[in-house]
Design a binder for this molecule. Structure first.
Ligand code: C2O
Ligand code: CU
Ligand code: CU
Length: 500
């Protein structure tokens, strides 16, 4: 158990006293030649990781963060399909970390405290621009990454991925949103401009002095904790913010940037969401629901229609937790935006396309008092030789077998995939005889996740199957659990897309 945290009980703070901030949009500083083909000039951005102070609530003193560009989340990268860009990621942090490093974890031993490497989650990029966890660099250094943007529009996000301290670097604030667009999507006439709002949600523990608190375990020399859950739910960097809206439709691009917390979002007055997109872009058709579920790393693209809520104040909740408030103005407005019945076709990948099926277990190992101490993928440590080596452009089915009590959000770099189904099974029979005893039928994905995905929730005591076409770039990438504490403690594996 973590040591008794010395934290502020945020429910004592006034709610809805800060306006929801909108992260600034990143601006390119000119163009630069593409290193691999210097005749091509691409828009060039420089994003530097630096210490910053930011007020998360009216009644709290500023909180120290590490951020790109002085805000958490960092500036939003607005990109267009097929318009490649260059981003120079710079490390301008101090030499010492301010969060508790566990030197036993992979990559943390014998390496400098402060190391960063940026990964664009959901982006299809050449391997040398993907932010391989061991490609970290120290203060004073930078790396130039190329994002070709040869992929469908979606909300992506950039975040740190440094080996063994990823959970601490992201917790410190090193992340931001990316929105990729194209003209097909522009022509759908979805709510846009000031009616399209990113909501980046992340939880933190806050000390009475309004500083970030990351608890440590009670085991001497082993500070790692299995999951971080904070009671301060921040949206775009504010605690309990409000957003003034007009009685009309809004498009919200929602990202769960938390280390470990899952959200189940709902409007207190029962107002519905129209889900129009998943992690990797638009759904074939909108899906109406009262609840939006988001695991760490997942994104949701939703439209909310406030037309019938004139003058109301509506609280957005996650289970029993208060997230934020919408204040709907009383005046009538006209709304020319629409939510078309057909958004974008998502052709189903037939199972017969798969040339290989991989059975992959998600494993947790506990100590004698049933505390998790280690998590592995398919029984393998990070440093073991590569076992997942799909051929470029081949299609495979990956079957995740989860005997643990946790849901693990499993993410593959470089590719998008579709969820085939989930099925309850009996772990003991599988563990002892390697035989599947199923306890129910194969359940297709929820309608709101039946599009292109890059992160899938593999639920406890279920078998979850995805189908993936590895049609990106050859090279070495990673797949991992997106609970960052799990990822840092061996629940991440390299994989290689092999040129055919
Ligand atoms: Cu969100 Cu390995 O990434
Ligand atoms: Cu990723
Ligand atoms: Cu996990």
């Amino acid at each position: 158990m973590p040591a008794t945290p010395n934290t502020l009980n945020v429910s004592t703070l006034a709610t809805f006293v800060d306006a929801l901030p909108i992260p600034p949009v990143a601006k390119p500083s000119g163009t630069r030649p593409l290193p691999s083909s210097p005749k091509e000039k691409l828009p060039y951005y420089r994003l530097a990781a630096q210490p910053t102070e930011m007020k998360i609530h009216r009644d709290l003193k500023p909180t120290r963060f590490w951020s790109f560009g002085g805000t958490v989340p960092g500036p939003t990268l607005e990109m267009r399909k097929r318009q490649g860009v260059l981003v120079e990621w710079a490390n301008e942090l101090p030499q010492q970390h301010f969060l508790p490093i566990d030197y036993r974890l992979h990559g943390a031993k014998d390496n400098p405290q402060v190391r960063i490497v940026s990964h664009m989650h959901g982006a299809r990029v050449p391997a040398d621009s993907d932010g391989y966890p061991e490609d970290w660099f120290v203060p004073g250094k930078s790396k130039l990454y190329h994002y070709p943007n040869e992929q469908e529009p979606a909300m992506l996000w950039y975040h740190d991925h440094a080996m063994g301290i990823n959970r601490l670097n992201v917790y410190a604030g090193l992340f931001g949103a990316t929105i990729l667009r194209d003209s097909v999507e522009d022509n759908l006439n979805l709510p846009s401009g000031m009616y399209e709002v990113p909501l980046v949600i992340f939880d933190r523990l806050i000390t009475p002095e309004a500083q970030l608190y990351y608890p440590i375990s009670e085991k001497p020399g082993a500070p790692w904790i299995p999951e971080l859950f904070g009671d301060a739910i921040l949206v775009n960097g504010k605690l309990f913010p409000y957003l003034e809206v007009e009685p009309r439709k809004y498009r919200f691009r929602i990202l769960n940037g938390s280390n470990a917390r899952f959200y189940h979002l709902s409007m207190q007055n029962g107002l519905t969401f129209q889900s129009i997109g998943t992690d990797q872009g638009l759904l074939p058709a909108p899906v109406t629901s009262k609840r939006v579920a988001l695991a760490p790393g997942e994104r949701a693209d939703v439209v909310v229609d406030f037309t019938d809520c004139r003058g109301q104040q509506i609280v957005l909740k996650s289970d029993a937790l208060t997230v934020m408030q919408f204040r709907v103005s009383a005046n009538k407005v006209s709304d020319n935006s629409s939510v078309p019945a057909q958004l974008r076709p998502v052709p189903k990948i037939p199972e017969s396309d798969a040339t290989k099926t991989r059975l992959l277990t998600l494993d947790e190992y506990d100590n004698l008092v049933a505390e998790p101490i280690l998590m592995l993928l398919n029984g393998k440590y990070w440093h073991e030789p590569i076992t997942e080596n799909p051929t470029l452009n081949s299609t495979e089915i990956w079957t995740f077998v989860n005997p643990t009590d946790d849901t693990h959000p499993i993410h593959l770099h470089a590719v998008r995939f579709q969820i085939l189904d989930r099925q309850n099974y009996e772990p003991w029979t599988y563990l002892t005889k390697k035989e599947f005893r199923y306890l129910g039928p194969r359940v297709p994905p929820e309608p709101a996740e039946a599009g292109w995905k890059d992160t899938v929730t593999a639920h406890s005591k279920m078998v979850t199957r995805i189908i993936v076409k590895f049609d990106s770039y050859p090279g070495r990438y990673v797949w991992h659990c997106h609970i960052l504490e799990h990822e840092d403690n061996e629940m991440m594996r390299p994989y290689e897309i092999v040129a055919g």
